[in-house]
Structures are given as C-alpha cells and as structure tokens.
Design a protein around this ligand. Structure first.
Ligand SMILES: [Zn+2]
Ligand SMILES: [Zn+2]
Length: 183
C-alpha cells in the first residue's frame, strides 16, 4: 500500500539522470495539483467563508487572499520537491517528509536544505552508488560525464575547446569527450 503512494514512488533511472540538472522536473504532479487546490481553497476561505465587514476594503481582501494562497501553495510545491529530492540523496524519506511538513513556518524545509546529503546515482555499468559530480566511476572507471582528454576536467558536450586548458576536444578520439554518450 505504502509503496504505491505517489510520494513513495521511486524515480526511474531516466528521470534520475535527466533530473540532476532540471530542478523543476522534481516537483511531482500531485503536488502541483494540490498547490492549485490549496490556492483555490484559500481564495474561497477569504471571499466565501470569512465574514464580510461593512467598511472593509475589497483590494485589501484580494491582497490577503492572494498572499496567503501563494504562501500555502508554495509550501505544498516545496514539500513535493523534497519528496523527490530526498530519494536521489538516499536519505530516509518518511522521516524528512515528516520534519518538513510538521515543523512550522518552513523551518523543517530550512533544516532539510542545510542537512541534505549530496545527490547519489548509480554507475550505469557496475551499479555502485556514486556522487552525481563524479566524472568517472571509482570502481570500474566507467565514464559518467564528458571530460577533456588532456586535463580531464568536465566539459560541455557542445564545447569545441576545453574551457580550462584550451585543448582541442575534437582531437580526442571517442573516449574522453563522448564515451559516456557513444553507446
Ligand atoms: Zn562503475
Ligand atoms: Zn582541459
């Protein structure tokens, strides 16, 4: 039962690989929908439920509804983000979700962002758990990111010359720059 809940879903490998740079893709659909519902709920609360006073200014009410709606909706999105981010860092998901949701005023989220571990992923070749910043697997030497063939610092796949040492990347035969993408 628990494993089928959206916040317990393990991201697929493609998602994990693609998601390392694109932070927005980490916000799951359920939290976007919930954020919209929360925003609408707050508007209803301010304009439909709370008593209207005679001399109250409408702009003030609109502004309050909008501010509180945005604040709560952002918080829901944040919780959604943490629910996925916590997985790719192999941190205890249930514990952190509890901390982020229960500590008031976003303190839980602040604690989370201070204490979170570096992103982990698996070596596609030998399945060793490795930090996302590695260029090569420490266990099997599999190339994980494009690197310069001379200084072995990271390069962009579209670079023609190394930004660190000026090496002509086209001179590298498949290994250095493109090995990770050639198969
Ligand atoms: Zn490996
Ligand atoms: Zn270089």
């Amino acid at each position: 039962m628990m494993s089928t809940m959206p916040w317990n879903r393990t991201p697929s490998r493609a998602e994990e690989l693609a998601g390392t740079d694109d932070q927005l893709s980490l916000i799951p659909a359920w939290s976007v929908l919930l954020a919209i519902a929360v925003f609408a709920g707050v508007q209803y609360l301010f304009h439909g439920v709370m008593p209207h006073h005679k001399h109250e200014m409408l702009p003030m009410r609109l502004l309050m509804g909008y501010s509180w709606g945005t604040a709560f909706a952002s918080y829901v999105l944040l919780v959604g983000y943490v629910s996925r981010d916590v997985k790719r860092r192999r941190m205890p998901a249930a514990l952190w979700m509890l901390i982020v949701v229960l500590l008031p005023g976003g303190i839980g989220a602040v604690v989370y962002f201070i204490l979170r571990q570096p992103i982990l992923r698996q070596c596609p070749n030998c399945r060793t758990e490795i930090a996302a910043s590695y260029h090569f697997c420490p266990q099997c030497q599999f190339q994980l990111a494009p690197v310069c063939g001379q200084c072995f610092r990271g390069v962009q796949i579209t670079d023609v010359y190394c930004t660190q040492c000026g090496h002509d990347l086209a001179e590298d035969h498949a290994p250095a720059r493109l090995r990770a993408y050639s198969d």
